[in-house]
Design a protein around this ligand. Structure first.
Ligand code: ATP
Length: 443
């Protein structure tokens, strides 16, 4: 048996009590069932790195689904089992999510006279993973709680800040790992190791990316732009020529990088100010990454990523709307043009579109006014509703939205303030609109 380092005190110091309780319950349950239980992957890596991570992945040397069900009997919550993969997702009563996988003892028959070997199943489980730093396991059974199972030198790599694959065919097996390597490297400020980097370049020379499924590339790109510092990853990708390896139209040339830098700034600014509002980062960054691609060619890209018809339609629509808004914004003048016009240009856009325009625009006053729009105008509401119009005796119909939109515009431009102003204006509007209709009827 290899000597295993025990990091129980580090674990105890770095995790919240609730998590420790959960780990202990899992370990005790393991003993009761006669199975070894491990915490694995990013959870263990992040304990060593001293970064809080509450996504718990467990591996059971036994029956993972049975284990998950027993865990829920003890702690409450629910289990979603995937029988095909022998995995389960546990959602505990307090909302904590635990992924449980099964590792089985496997026997390897070697050809000719070599004996069959029995490999410990946790080792097989870890060997399938992407990088040494993600291939650590932590024993949870009470008698050996906190022992670090490190077959591949992960602890040393974490100390040396190195991202290293487990074997030389790793990127051939799964080229998306190249994107993952970049993501982890930049997130932790590590370096992709020398030999691993040669394997990355080799994989790129072999054009492995061109055969890769669009859905999987897309998924990894989405993870990249959801990182704290997506630009660091995108720059690294540009250095290695990865985007053009995915599709030639996606080359991250200077102009795109420039805009992506601005988008990242605007995105950060927005995240700081409006914590509660959700932006889908990929929509924002994808607009930047596909900038300059003609409408006649964009379908090549959406096809490459296996967009569903709906995703494609929405994305093309968003590009179209942005194009339209850009043209309109060019003729909008601060101090001269009405704020309500700015509102009507920006309001149809989803927030990602608004942020894109803000990042893309080189004119300081446009940026400032878009930020004003987000801060003050976007969520503005008028006081009266259709009910008030009804009480004024106005027949319900399309005229309701005409009137309410006009009042909204007037409020934005500071022409109405109180509810009474709004009611007065509604009546005026109604009178004017009816007069128009009467005139149309006469002619
Ligand atoms: P994060 O902090 O981003 O959640 P993570 O390490 O938890 O990082 P996940 O994407 O949740 O990453 O994956 C969970 C584990 O599954 C990883 O630790 C890794 O060992 C393994 N894994 C994920 N994707 C791959 C892959 N493409 N090839 C091999 N192993 C993978």
């Amino acid at each position: 048996r290899r000597r295993e380092k025990n990091i129980a005190s580090t674990v105890t110091n770095r995790l919240p009590q609730k998590m420790l309780d959960l780990l202990n319950v899992a370990g005790e349950l393991g003993n009761k069932l006669g199975w070894e239980i491990y915490a694995v992957g990013g959870f263990v890596r992040d304990i060593l790195l001293g970064r809080p991570n509450l996504d718990l992945d467990l591996v059971v040397e036994g029956d993972g689904i049975f284990f998950a069900k027993e865990l829920v009997k003890k702690l409450g919550g629910r289990v979603k089992a995937h029988n095909k993969f022998k995995t389960a997702v546990v959602i505990l009563e307090n909302g904590q999510r635990v992924d449980v996988a099964t590792a089985r003892l496997e026997y390897y028959e070697y050809p000719a006279a070599l004996p069959t070997v029995e490999l410990s199943s946790i080792k097989m489980d870890l060997y399938r993973r992407d990088f040494t730093v993600n291939a650590l396991a932590l024993r949870l059974n009470p008698d050996r709680f906190g022992q670090l199972v490190d077959f591949f030198g992960a602890e040393r790599d974490i100390r040396n800040k190195t991202i290293r694959v487990l074997h030389s065919l790793s990127f051939v097996e799964d080229p998306t790992r190249i994107l993952r390597a970049i993501r982890f490297e930049r997130r932790f400020d590590f370096q992709i190791g020398g030999q691993t980097m040669r394997l990355v370049k080799n994989a790129l020379n072999l054009k492995l990316f061109s055969k890769l499924s669009g859905t999987r590339v897309m998924h990894e790109l989405q993870l990249i732009v959801s990182e704290e510092d997506p630009l660091a990853c995108l720059n690294r990708m540009q250095e290695l020529g990865i985007m053009e390896a995915i599709h030639p139209l996606l080359k991250l040339h200077k102009e795109r990088i420039q805009v992506l830098i601005e988008l990242a700034k605007v995105h950060n600014w927005y995240k700081l100010l409006y914590l509660e509002q959700s932006v889908e980062p990929w929509k924002l960054y994808f607009l930047g990454m596909t900038m300059g691609i003609k409408n006649t060619q964009i379908k090549q890209v959406t096809d490459r990523f296996h967009f569903t018809q709906r995703e494609e339609r929405e994305f093309l629509q968003l590009r179209e709307m942005i194009h339209e808004a850009l043209i309109q914004l060019m003729s909008w003048r601060e101090g001269k043009s009405k704020l309500s016009r700015l509102y009507s240009i920006l309001h149809p856009l989803p927030v990602e579109g608004v942020l894109f325009l803000m990042g893309k625009s080189r004119k300081e006053h446009i940026r400032r006014n878009i930020s004003q729009y987000l801060a003050r105008l976007r969520d503005m509401e008028i006081e009266i509703t259709g009910n008030d119009l009804h009480e004024l005796g106005i027949e319900p119909g399309p005229i309701y939205s005409t009137i309410l939109e006009k009042i909204m515009a007037a409020k934005i431009d500071g022409q109405v303030e109180t509810k009474k102003d709004e009611l007065d204006m509604a009546q005026e509007c109604y009178a004017r609109e009816s007069a128009k209709e009467d005139k149309a009827d006469e002619s």
